[in-house]
Design a protein around this ligand. Structure first.
Ligand code: UTP
Length: 303
C-alpha cells in the first residue's frame, strides 16, 4: 500500500478578513502569542509523520519562505549573546523539508490545491488549512493517516458545529457510520442554510485526498464566490470513488476570523509559560472593571 508522506498547505488567499494587516503579509504569518499560525500547522504535519510539505503561496510569499529558512545574522547574534533558548526556537523552524509553489491568482482553495499536482504525483496526500489549529492527543493529520490504512480512500475531517452556523461551512450528508466516528458520505453541501443542512457535521481544515482529486479539479467549474471550491470537487470525486468523513472530537481553534483569532491568542497565552500568570491576573482584573462599569450608577444627589 502507498504510504501518505506529503502535505499541502494552501496559503495564497487574500485574507480579506484581516485587512489591513494582510495587505503585504500572508494571514498565515500572523502570530498566536509568538508563533505564526503556519508554524503550528507545519509542526502538526511533522508530528504526524509527514515527510515533505508544499506551501502554496501568493503575493506575500517571501516572509513565509524566510521564516522557515536559516537566518545566519540572527543566529550569530543570539549565539554571541548566549541566548541559547531563543537560538533553539529560531533553529527549530529550519529543519523541515519544505517546498514552495506560487498560485498566481487566488482562484479558490480548489485551484490552490491543483497547483500541487506535479509535487504530489500519484500518491494520497494531506491538505492542511492554516485557518484551523487542532489539538488532540493524536494529531488530527495522523488520525486521518491511520484511517487511510484501513479505508485506502479520501477522508475528510468534520466536526459538530452549532446548527445555526451551518451556513459558514461545507456540511456533509452522512451515510452509514462504518466504525465509531467514521462515516460514508452521501453528499457534500457548501454553506447550506440551517433549514437545508443535511447534518451539523462541518468540514474543518484537514483533508486526506487520493490523487484522483486532481483530474476532478482540472475540470471543476467555479462555484460559490466564483471560486474553484475544493468541496465541490470532493463531492464529484465521491461519485466515482468512496469518500469518508472522520469526526474530530478534539479541540479546534478557528483563527480564520478576528474574533476566533483573539480568543485563540488569549487561550494560548493562558498556557504560555512566559505570560500565563500575568495574563490571568490581567483578565480577572479586567473582568472586575467591566462588571463595575455595567453596574447601574447610583443617582447623583443634588447639593
Ligand atoms: P479562506 O477563504 O479562509 O482564505 O481560504 P482567504 O480567502 O485568504 O480569507 P478571507 O476570507 O479573504 O479572509 C482557506 C485557505 O485557503 C487558502 C487560504 O490562504 C486559506 O489558508 N486559499 C484560498 C488559497 O491558497 N488560495 C485561494 O485562492 C483561496
Amino acid at each position: 500500500m502507498v504510504k501518505v508522506r506529503k502535505a499541502v498547505i494552501p496559503a495564497a488567499g487574500l485574507g480579506t478578513r484581516f485587512l489591513p494587516a494582510t495587505k503585504a503579509m500572508a494571514k498565515e504569518m500572523l502570530p498566536i502569542v509568538d508563533k505564526p499560525t503556519i508554524q503550528f500547522i507545519v509542526e502538526e504535519a511533522l508530528k504526524s509523520g509527514i515527510e515533505d510539505i508544499l506551501i502554496v503561496t501568493g503575493k506575500a510569499k517571501r516572509p513565509i519562505e524566510d521564516h522557515f529558512d536559516a537566518n545566519y545574522e540572527l543566529e550569530a547574534n543570539l549565539k554571541e549573546k548566549g541566548k541559547t533558548e531563543l537560538l533553539k526556537l529560531v533553529e527549530e523552524t529550519t529543519d523541515v523539508n519544505l517546498h514552495f509553489i506560487r498560485q498566481s491568482h487566488p482562484r479558490g482553495l480548489g485551484h490552490a490545491v491543483l497547483q500541487a499536482k506535479a509535487f504530489i504525483g500519484d500518491e494520497p496526500f494531506i491538505v492542511m488549512l492554516g485557518d484551523d489549529l487542532m489539538e488532540d492527543e493524536i494529531p488530527l493529520t495522523r488520525q486521518l493517516m491511520d484511517d487511510y490504512e484501513t479505508t485506502h480512500a479520501s477522508t475528510i475531517a468534520v466536526m459538530k458545529v452549532p446548527h445555526e452556523d451551518t451556513s459558514k461551512y461545507g456540511i456533509i450528508n452522512p451515510g452509514e457510520e462504518v466504525e465509531p466516528g467514521l462515516y460514508n458520505v452521501k453528499d457534500f453541501v457548501e454553506k447550506p442554510k440551517p433549514e437545508k443542512a443535511p447534518s451539523d457535521l462541518a468540514i474543518i481544515g484537514r483533508y486526506l485526498l487520493t490523487p484522483e482529486i486532481f483530474q476532478v479539479l482540472e475540470t471543476q467549474a467555479p462555484g460559490a464566490g466564483n471560486e474553484i471550491q475544493l468541496t465541490d470537487a470532493i463531492d464529484r470525486l465521491n461519485k466515482t470513488q468512496r469518500v469518508f468523513a472522520h469526526q474530530f472530537t478534539g479541540k479546534r481553534y478557528d483563527v480564520g476570523d478576528k474574533f476566533g483569532f483573539m480568543k485563540t491568542s488569549i487561550e494560548y497565552g493562558l498556557k504560555h509559560p512566559e505570560v500565563k500568570d500575568n495574563l490571568k491576573e490581567y483578565i480577572i482584573n479586567l473582568g472586575h472593571e467591566l462588571e463595575a462599569q455595567d453596574q447601574p450608577q447610583a443617582p447623583k444627589t443634588e447639593k
